[in-house]
Every structure is written in C-alpha cells, then in structure tokens.
Ligand binder design. Structure first.
Ligand code: N01
Length: 876
C-alpha cells in the first residue's frame, strides 16, 4: 500500500521488544496487549491515522457486512458501554470513529509511527532479533515482529491494457479520496462487482448522469435490510454480554448461532422455502450461508439456495436480459464471498444505469476517453476500479522478509503459503501473523478471530518470558500437518471449485490454494488451545530456559470423520460389547436405516446360493444394463466382526464400489457367530467364491475375472477364501481388496495402543468379536489369522489401512508379508480415517478419494478395460 501523506515523524533507530505492522483492529489490540505484558512496542502504519482497512476504504456505501454489534472489540467492557452503534451495519466513518476512540482510550497512538511503511524485516541469527527498516529510514531491532497488516489491504493491479491512458478521473475503492468525490453530472464507469462494487454502485448511480458497470463475474448478493441494530441482539447483549461474547468465541463463524441439521437435499419444498425466506429477510451472511447444513458441501443442496437467490434477482430487475446477466451461474453459492447490498439489483432499473457483461464483450483496452470493449467504445469522465485485493498474503509478501539462513518469505511461499495455525511459519522465528493464511480470518467475524489471535500471541509471549525462552518457531512436521489439515477441511467443501480470491485466483500467477481455514472458529480455537496445553506442541522454543521441542501434529484426523465421531459420542449409545448379539444387530440395523443410500447403479437383485450350512443370501449390483456386459465380478464380504452385518449393512459401500469400478459386485451374507462359530464364515466365503466362479456367465460376469473384497472381518474371510482356493487348486481369484482387514488375533500392536479406545472399533469390542467367533485355541489357525499362514502364490492384493484404526498395524504387516512372499501388493493408507469411516458413503466425504483408489485397484485386477464405470467425480 502506498504511504499516506502526513507529518513526517523523526526517523528512529531503536530497540523494542516488539514491532507491530498495521494499526487497524488487530494492530491496535496487539499494541494494547503488549503494553499489558509490560513490553516495549512500536507500531507502524502507512496510513496517517489508525483504522487499517477502515482508514482506506472510504468509497460511498462502505459498510461492514457483519452486524456491528458483533463486529466490535470485546476486550474492553467500558468501550462496549460507551459506544452505541447507530445501525445494524455501520458505515465506514462510524467504524473509523470507533477505532479512533479505542486508540485514544488506551493512548495507543503514541506508540505508532504513521505514514510509515515497513519495507524489510531480517532475522539476525547472531542477535536472535529482527532488524526492521522503513521507507523513512528507521532501523529498529526487536525480539518479536508481528504482522497485523490485514487480509485485504494490498489492492491488486487493474491488469487492463492502457489503464494509464485514461485522461479523466481514476478512483480505486480501496484508496478513496478523503474529501469524497462528487459525481454529479458525470459519466462514470465502475469495473468490478465484488462487495466494494456492489456497495458503491447504488450510491454512485444517485449522482452520476450515466453509470456503466463492467461486470466480469456476477455475484450473489442479498439485501442487508440495514436499519437500527436488531433489537433482539441488543437485548441478548445487555442481558448477558459476557455470555454472548463467549458464545461468539465458541461458534463456527464468530457470531452466536445454532447450526441447523436440516439438509437441503432431504427437506420438503415448504421447509426449503420457509428457511430460505427467513434468511433472506434476516439479511445476514451467516444466515444465508447456513440455510441448510449441507449447502457448503453438497452441490444439489447448494443449487437449491442459489436457485432461490437467482429467482429474487429476476424479480428485482425489470429487463430480463440484464437480470440474466446478473444471475451468478459459474460458481456455487458461498464459494466466492457473497455480498450484502442496499438496492443493488434495483439500481439496474434506472434509465441511466447500464450493465456491460464482460463475458460477452470483454474489455480490450482503456483509452484516453474511456473504455473499448470488443463491441463498443465508451466515453467516461471517471473510472472507478472496484477490482479487489491480493488477499491474505499480499501484505505479508509486500515486506522483504528473510528468516533463518536468509530464507525469503516470498520464496518459501512461492508454491502457496505454509503456516502453523496461520500464526507462524517455520524458518522465521518470532514472526507472528495476525489472521494469517491457515486461520479462519476472512471466513469469520474478523474481530473475534483477531482477538483470539492477539490473545494467543500475548499468552505465548508471556509463557516464553516466564519460562526463559527467547525464540519460538514451528517445526516442519507441525507446519506440514497443519497445512494438510487446512487442505483437508477445504477439500470436503465446494470452495476449491471456485475462481475466488479465497483461492488466490484473482491475481494472475498466484498459486491456487485455499487460503483461510474453513474448519470453524470454535474448532480452530480448540486447536490453538490444545497446542498450548500440550506444552506448545509443534513449536521449538529456545533461550535460557533451554531448548524445548515437543514435535507433533495437532490435527491429523479428517475433519468430517472427527465430526461424525463427535455426533456419535453425543448420541450416548451403549457400547456394543455390552449388548447381546441380537440387540447389537438391531442397533446396527436402526443406524443403517437412516443413512444416505449410496450411488445409483443399473440394477440391484437379491438371490440365494447354496452354502455348506444352507442357502446363503446374496445381493448383486450391476454397474450397467445386463446387455452392456459382461463385467468382471467382485465377491464382497461385509464387516461386523463375524457377528454383525448383513446385505443391508454394507449396501452403500457395495453400490459405491460397483459404480466406481464398473464391476458386478456380489455381496454375500455368510453365517454369523455366535450361532455359527469359526470356521463357518470362512467356509461360506470360499463356497461363495466357488459358486460365483461356476456361475460367472449367468451372473453377467467374464469367466476368469472374479476378485474378492471385504471390509474388516469381511476382509478376513475374503483373504482366507484366497488361501483356501490356492490350497484347493482353484478357483483362480484375480485379486483381493481388503479394507481394514482382521488378519491376526493378538491385539498387541501399537495401533491397538493408539486407537483401541474412542474410534468406534475399540479393543473391548474387538475382543467381544473374537470371543463370539473363535475359541482361543483356534485363533492361531491361518483360517482365523491369515497373517500366520503361507502367503505364497496368493492373488494380487490391495490392502487399505486407516490411521485411527486399531487394526492398522496388522493390515500394514499383512501387506509387508504378502510383498515378502512375492505377492503384488498395493497399500492404500487412508489418512485421517477410522475403521468405519470409509464405509460411510455420502456422509464422510473425505472417504471418496480413498474409495476411488479402491475401485482403481479392483479395475487393475482385471486384464480387460472395465466398461460401464461412472466418473468418480460424480460420486460423493
Ligand atoms: O473485491 P473482489 P472487493 N476486469 O475481489 C472484478 C471484503 N469487503 O474489493 O470475480 C474486470 O471481491 C472481479 O471480477 P472476477 C470482502 O471480504 C468487505 O469487492 O474476478 N473485472 C470482481 O467482480 C470482499 O469479498 C466489504 O471475475 C475485474 C471485482 O472486480 C473482499 O473485501 C466491503 C478485473 C473484485 O471483487 C474484496 O471485495 C468491501 C478486471 N481486470 C470489501 N479484476 C464489507 O461489506 C477484477 N475484477 C465489509
């Protein structure tokens, strides 16, 4: 950002405990907290006064888009009492006044050098300090360098040919003249229809004699319904301010709200309409983003909300062609920041306002007189750029920052930013970021996230001082673990599909990574707290206090798996091992009845096949019409510890495997324990494979192309069937897909120690299963514990193991042992998954890529190309 004019302060060369860059919401509060700690601190800001984003963005109509009752500091109760917001969404001047008052109340201005831009920050390894320089020649040494420089503070360049040619007035919404602009009687162009454009266009239209809006991407916007602060919220605050603020801190978005569990895809038309209209009338971003629990992850649910917004746009805009051009259709609702407006769409009904759809007639160049598009030349008196920011990383990269060994921050972040908790980055000791990439920041109520970050940093500095540490820095492991978690959280949402500034897509050449943390303010706060309570897990701290590092990853479970575990824990179900087999089966059946059904397949038929102890029911899933076959066949065995499960229990998974792989899946319901104990299930499995092999053609299969698959105990009997077929000289099995299989009975491996409690399949439950299935003396039999058997000449295998599964290590051991025996093996590690999560089709979205790998492995078992497989991307 260019420096604002102001009285030049005297250059300083000095030492401080901390330097804080930025004097907006975050910088001011950081300075306040540093003072509370008794530390010396110096703030710098390019602006001539406090305010940060609210200093610069003075364009007409600039307001916050979070209700101002919530978009405020909570650390100062007196300030809360003294300040009454005049509107639901306060204007920029009012917010700026508020920040000035906050600065004055605590005398913060005296610590800040205004009109001064920090140009470089270099870590000196000898001194264990940062050397900071500014554009005014200051040289400051400090222990802690804190970037409170904002997420949306570096305007991006216009990137339009000829931008410098225009002879009329040029304005940027992000650097609006302090004295304001009078457009009366002028022909004005506005380029850009993000929040800044959408807020300013209705007001510019009131003055301009002609207004032409150049729109590249139409945006979702809802009416703000601005007015007095909502009465019910004021009552909540006055009744219990502390409780309200506490609820905000532990909410998902930073505003107290009860999340819904209504799914868009299953709600009735009436419920959908009622919920949508209520959110529309409320006029709040989190309301419209939370109409349905699944709208951020399920395209069908998202389409319902998006469709209703488009209906509203068509109602508001008189000219059907203009209305259609204003309807966003190229991104899911919420994947680009939605806007709040006052009369935006209605503005296009004014006779002097015109929309130019740049998708139809792109801008060719800016000329001396105006703008040339592919179709037309326009003449203007003024051009307003509302073209956005180099978000989240722009301000951090604007300073020449070097860390250990001269490592430059921009070089380190060339592939995309990498942080621990969005707070720090490895190689840059004592450099803190307030609301940096990898933190909830722009997806949340910023003030809540800012206070959380500042409080965390202040607590960290206090703890370091108390323990005698001078430096703190994340480890590479902790940082890559956090980066992965940030990506995992984004990957289960629709966000990465959009060309948004959240993805860095608005700046040419910027790497496309999802920048903020979308796991929620509450989950994030918990992670930060957990890091501290675990002795600053993932940080190395050095100084008189020694050299301390507890390395590790704070969140390695897939976010949707963690959510399911949390929900299940809340249900208070009895542990299965405390039930009778009959009651346990009833409980499982009840749970299965409420699940999403899994993908459609061409045909599902039930039948029976002869088994050693009587008929065995089976269910056949066909990927495409029978006349489009034949297909390879996969004989599938369900999980359930040889005690539970049936044809329904694994139905969604069978559909998924069938649809993805293009193979016919024959799911077999074998005999269960304790009614039929070891080796009944294994015998049934072998018999089923023999029967399928003998009936391949009538089942629509390709002779010689029969593989087996199974999950958990089903994986156990699937591989045992392979042992038995080999020993019997047939049938030939093309491959074995074993998903979290049981392959031994010892329960002694490390994964039992790590995961034997808390992840649904527990050590106690596994013991219950074994006790029902086999006598202790039988458990070493290779038909019970195939890991102990002869593994030579078994079919090719794909072994899937899950990180949070007690069976993980025996699965890994089986893969190694097969490999050692010369069997081709593919090992798929389901990162961040539990024993059960991969089977939760349509619930645990992060399981989909793993199931795609399983289907790929199945396809690879068969020599001929598999026909009839649907695209993996179309399966959730
Ligand atoms: O910027 P934006 P913004 N030719 O990036 C278009 C916050 N904020 O300043 O989408 C033609 O959203 C660009 O088109 P496209 C809020 O978080 C909050 O409006 O890239 N057009 C887009 O339409 C917000 O999300 C408030 O195809 C070009 C627009 O310019 C964030 O700041 C108020 C172009 C830029 O939209 C950024 O908002 C204001 C080109 N060369 C801002 N380059 C509140 O209400 C870009 N565009 C609190």
């Amino acid at each position: 950002m260019t420096r604002d004019s102001g009285t030049k302060p005297a250059a300083v060369s000095a030492q401080f405990d901390a330097v804080v860059v930025g004097a907006g919401f975050s910088g001011l509060y950081m300075l306040y907290q540093l003072r509370q700690l008794g530390m010396s601190a110096k703030g710098f800001d390019a602006a001539a006064d406090v305010g940060g984003t609210w200093y610069w963005n003075r364009y007409p109509g600039a307001r916050c888009d979070i209700p101002t009752t919530d978009y405020a500091y909570s650390f100062d109760p007196e300030l809360e009492k003294e300040w009454i917001w005049s509107e639901k969404y306060a204007t920029q001047p009012e917010i700026l006044d508020y920040l000035r008052l906050a600065a004055d109340r605590h005398g913060l201005r005296s610590d800040i050098e205004f009109s001064t831009t920090v140009t470089s920050a270099h870590w000196d390894e000898g001194e264990n300090r940062w050397k900071i320089t500014t554009d005014r020649g200051n040289e400051i040494w400090c222990r802690y360098y804190i970037m409170a420089s904002g997420c949306l503070s570096i305007p991006k360049s216009a990137e339009i040919e000829g931008a410098g040619q225009f002879a009329g007035q040029v304005y940027f919404t992000s650097q609006w003249p302090h004295e304001g602009v009078d457009f009366t009687g002028q022909r004005v162009a506005v380029i850009g229809t993000g929040s800044s454009g959408i807020q300013s266009i209705p007001l510019i239209a009131r003055q301009a004699s002609q207004l032409t809006v150049f729109q590249r991407t139409p945006n979702f916007s809802i009416p703000a319904h601005n007015g007095p602060a909502p009465a019910e919220r004021l009552v909540q605050l006055s009744d219990d301010r502390d409780g309200y603020r506490h609820a905000a801190r532990w909410s998902r978005g930073g505003i107290p709200a009860e999340p819904t569990d209504v799914l868009g895809v299953t709600a009735s038309e009436d419920v959908r309409r009622e919920r949508f209209e209520a959110a529309w009338d409320q006029g709040e971003l989190f309301g419209i983003l939370g109409v349905f629990a699944d709208q951020g992850v399920n395209p069908d649910s998202n389409d319902i909300v998006a469709g209703m917004i488009r209906e509203k746009i068509r109602l508001a805009v008189d000219d059907p062609e203009t209305a259609e051009a204003l309807c966003p259709k190229d991104h899911y609702f919420g994947t680009k920041r939605p806007c709040l407006d006052t009369g935006y769409f209605e503005t296009y009904n004014l006779p002097h306002v015109r929309l130019v759809d740049l998708r139809k007639q792109p801008i060719i160049r800016i000329t001396e007189e105006g703008i040339d598009t592919a179709d037309q030349s326009f003449e203007f008196d003024a051009i307003v750029y509302a073209t956005g920011f180099d978000a989240m990383t722009g301000a951090l990269a604007a300073v020449d920052v070097t860390g250990r060994g001269g490592l430059s921050l921009t070089e380190k972040w060339a592939p995309g930013p990498s942080t621990y908790l969005g707070l720090m980055t490895a190689g840059f000791p004592n450099l803190f970021m307030i609301t940096g990439p990898g933190s909830p920041s722009v997806l949340s109520n910023m003030t809540v996230s800012i206070e959380q970050h500042v409080d965390w940093v202040a607590g960290c500095l206090r703890d370091m001082r108390d323990a005698g540490f001078d430096t703190i820095e994340p480890t590479a492991l902790a940082e890559s673990g956090w980066d992965e978690h940030v990506r995992d959280c984004a990957a289960i949402t629709l966000h990465p599909t959009a060309s948004s500034w959240y993805m860095g897509a608005n700046v040419p050449g910027k790497p496309r990574v999802f920048l903020p943390y979308i796991g929620g303010v509450n989950a994030y706060r918990q992670a930060c707290d957990d890091v501290v309570s675990q002795g600053y897990l993932g940080f190395r701290r050095t100084g008189r206090g020694g050299d301390q590092c507890r390395d590790g990853v704070i969140r390695s479970m897939q976010p949707d798996v963690a959510m399911v575990l949390e929900i299940m824990a809340g249900l208070g179900l009895p542990p299965i091992q405390t039930l009778s087999a009959g009651d346990a089966r009833a409980l499982m059946a009840a749970a299965a009845a409420t699940r999403p059904p899994g993908p459609e397949v061409a045909e599902v038929t039930d039948g029976v096949m002869p088994g050693p102890g009587g008929d065995l029911p089976y269910r056949l899933y066909r990927p495409a019409a029978a006349d489009q076959g034949p297909h390879p066949i996969v004989v599938y065995f369900h999980g359930g510890g040889w005690v539970l499960g049936d044809l329904d229990s694994d139905d969604p998974l069978c559909r998924d495997l069938c649809a993805r792989s293009g193979a016919v899946v024959v799911s077999v319901n074998y005999r269960h324990a304790p009614e039929a104990r070891f080796p009944a299930a294994a015998q049934d499995a072998f018999t089923a494979v023999q029967w399928v092999d003998a009936n391949t053609v009538s089942l629509g299969g390709i002779p010689g192309q029969v593989a087996v698959a199974g999950w958990s105990a089903g994986g156990n009997i699937a591989t045992v069937a392979c042992h038995l077929a080999r020993d019997a000289g047939g049938p030939r099995i093309a491959g074995q897909l074993l998903i979290n299989p049981v392959v031994e009975s010892e329960m002694m491996r490390q994964s039992y120690a790590e995961n034997g409690d808390g992840y649904i399949l527990t050590t106690a439950l596994m013991r219950w299963f074994w006790d029902h299935y086999a006598d202790p003396a039988e458990r070493g039999d290779p038909r019970a514990a195939p890991l102990l058997g002869n593994l030579a000449d078994l079919p090719s295998a794909c072994i899937v193991t899950a990180d949070f599964d007690p069976l993980r290590d025996e699965g890994v051991a089986y893969a190694r042992a097969l490999d050692a025996a010369g069997v081709p093996v593919r090992h798929v590690r389901a990162r961040g998954h539990t024993h059960t999560s991969l089977t939760m089709v349509g619930i645990v979205i992060s399981g989909a890529p793993v199931r795609a790998q399983m289907a790929g492995a199945l396809a690879d078992f068969f020599p001929a190309p598999v026909t009839g497989a649907v695209s993996n991307s179309s399966i959730g």
